[in-house]
Design a protein around this ligand. Structure first.
Ligand code: F6R
Length: 607
């Protein structure tokens, strides 16, 4: 899994590639590299680490090539070393690759026997060698000859020393988009790298090869036949993706949560019945009325959103709901039929395991929806319907505002289904809809305590273990808090259902393990207080997150962060940004690169 980019046209390729790669770093940042054609020769520059580092390395070089490829890597095969960084060259060919070539060992042996020498341990290098060996003066023909030898997945960018005005690309099961400008063309793993230059693009489908030049773009199938494609238009503003004065994208995005939720509710949440209006291809009323069950699929934070979504759909709409991890569900036999709705929750719409789960459910006859922030993503394009987040671009690897916007959509879905299925007195639904409408302001109020959160993080940043407890709707928030602490600070953190802590986890508790307790007032409040006392009695320091003005909780906890009042089911919309902020400040105290935690990538497009 990695990010790839390519340019051909009338501009110097290098600055375009470097800017574009910065926008792709969310896909991996183990190493980075670019390849251009300069004075009839391939010129490749790579480094371990970030694009900024590569930029420094390139300073002073006068490279004017108007064609080039670039790559930011998340290592799958081969260590994150300089040799294994892309582009990989063989003879006159250089390539960048995202994906996994399953039969590369066999191809490598064959090529070594023919005299090819390899410089890296990657699976990708065989692609360059195969194309070079097939080259007879026509790059497109060489690529078409080489591709059938590959089994596995790929998004490819290819340049050839002898054809400095052309850029080739190909796709098999890994996203790849072509951007069409005036006398120029781009290719990239998503639209963000070329969004400043053109709004026109099209998505390559599996088995397609693109021939890009300043004169235009032609798409072929693997037999070399021309494939007609329809142009799509990018609608969001790339300027929104800039840091806007914040030190890290993550902080900016946490503070954008109120706006993300506001935009996601705008025009959809209605004050009275039917409570929700979906402007897009949303869930069909008939199906929502008659469906037997819903399955919510997701990975990481989106899985945590699914756990909360289950409670919404069950409690508000009385709809039986299962929650599945994409990586597990994809290898089981889905028990679904056409009256099952399967919703893949994925802010990026590109997470491989979620996509595979959606496909498995579709093959078994279920109706598939995508809940995503990326309307042009694979999930959105493959689904029968789309539930959109309007959260704006999220760049930081750890998802924050999109997680909360996912909750807002799931709550609207539950309100809508409850109305259609007549599961609740209308007055109750009206109250809930009104409360959901106040969520953006409540989140703003919750985030106003940033200084307190920072001070707390300072006091608690020296620990190596953290436990986070919550019950009911607060339990998934506890899992979310623990995930963020782990991935950003590189310390152990465990989220646990508060009632379950006595079944084992309590053995870890002592004064060296602070416990974060999510205890807003509501149905499970008293029980959570009992669990708080159990861990406090074992010496743990308690940081509680509770309802504003809760004197009882203040008396029991060592430290307290207060949340504005919201109905209990909605309180995760407020508590989540607060735990995101706490995890951010903990990581900052430990001097971590918050936007780029080690070994991670934003969009996990491999299994
Ligand atoms: C954790 C995090 C990840 C993502 C996961 C799914 O902070 O951000 O766990 O939630 O990779 O991503 P999407 O929602 O794009 O499918």
């Amino acid at each position: 899994m990695s990010g790839i980019m390519g340019y051909v046209g009338h501009r110097a390729a290098l600055p375009v590639l470097l800017e574009g790669l910065k926008r792709l770093e969310y896909r991996g940042y183990d190493s980075v590299g670019v390849g251009v054609i300069e004075a009839g020769a391939l010129h490749i520059q790579k480094t371990i680490g970030t694009v900024q580092r590569l930029e420094r390395q390139l300073r002073g070089l006068d490279l004017r090539s108007t064609v080039g490829i670039g790559h930011t890597r998340w290592a799958t095969h081969g260590q994150p070393t300089l040799e294994n960084a892309h582009p990989h060259a063989s003879g006159r060919i250089a390539i960048v690759h995202n994906g996994i070539i399953a039969n590369y060992l066999e191809l490598r042996q064959e090529l070594i026997a023919e005299g090819v020498r390899f410089a890296s341990d990657t699976d990708s290098e065989v692609i360059a060698a195969l194309i070079d060996r097939a080259y007879r003066g026509d790059l497109a023909a060489a690529v078409l000859a080489a591709l059938p030898r590959l089994s596995g997945t790929y998004a490819l960018g290819v340049i050839c020393r002898d054809e400095p005005n052309v850029l080739l690309c190909a796709r098999q099961a890994v996203p790849l988009v072509v951007g069409l400008g005036v006398r120029e063309a781009f290719l990239a793993s998503d639209v963000t790298p070329f969004a400043p230059y053109t709004q026109n693009c099209f998505f390559l489908d599996d088995g397609e090869v693109g021939i890009l030049s300043g004169g235009g773009v032609q798409i072929l199938d693997l037999r070399g036949q021309v494939v007609p494609k329809e142009i799509e238009h990018i609608t969001w503003n790339p300027v929104l993706a800039e840091k806007g004065g914040y030190r890290f994208y993550m902080l900016k995005e946490i503070f954008e949560t109120p706006q993300a939720v506001r935009e996601t509710l705008r025009g959809r949440l209605l004050p009275g019945a039917p409570f929700v209006h979906w402007a897009e291809r949303g869930p069909e009323a008939d199906l929502l009325r008659t469906c037997r069950k819903v399955i919510l699929l997701g990975c990481g934070s989106s899985y945590h959103a699914a756990l909360i979504g289950k409670l919404y759909l069950e409690e508000i709409a009385g709809l039986a709901t299962e929650v599945e991890l994409g990586s597990e569900f994809r290898y089981r036999t889905p028990l679904v039929d056409r009256r099952t709705i399967v919703i893949g929750i994925s802010q990026s719409g590109e997470t491989a395991d979620t996509l595979a789960g959606m496909r498995a459910a579709r093959a078994s006859g279920a109706t598939i929806y995508a809940l995503t922030n990326a309307p042009l993503s694979t999930a959105a394009r493959e689904a029968d319907g789309v539930l959109r987040l309007h959260a704006g671009p999220e760049i930081s690897v750890a998802s924050t505002k999109t997680f909360v916007a996912e909750l807002a959509v799931l709550c609207m879905l539950a309100l809508h289904a409850a109305h259609l299925r007549r599961r609740q007195p209308e007055a109750h639904l009206r109250e809930l809809a009104a409360a959901l409408g106040t969520a953006p302001a409540a989140i703003e109020a919750a985030l106003a305590v940033e200084e307190e959160v920072e001070a707390l993080a300072r006091r608690y940043s020296r620990f190596d273990h953290y436990i986070v407890l919550g019950r009911g709707v607060h339990y998934p928030v506890a899992l979310e808090a623990a995930l963020k602490i782990k991935e950003l600070s590189y310390v152990h953190a465990e989220g646990c259902a508060a009632g379950e802590v006595k079944q084992g986890l309590i053995a870890l508790v002592d004064e060296r393990v602070p416990v974060l307790v999510l205890a807003p007032q509501g149905r499970v409040y008293e029980k959570t207080l009992d669990n708080l006392e159990e861990v406090k009695a074992r010496g743990a320091r308690i940081v509680a997150i509770g309802t504003q003005g809760d004197v009882e909780l203040r008396a029991r906890a060592h430290d307290l962060l207060e949340l504005p009042r919201l109905p209990e089911l909605l309180s995760p919309l407020c508590s989540s940004p607060l735990v995101h902020l706490f995890a951010y400040h903990l990581a900052l105290r430990r001097r971590r690169d918050v936007d780029h935690p080690r070994n991670l990538a934003k969009s996990v497009t491999v299994e």
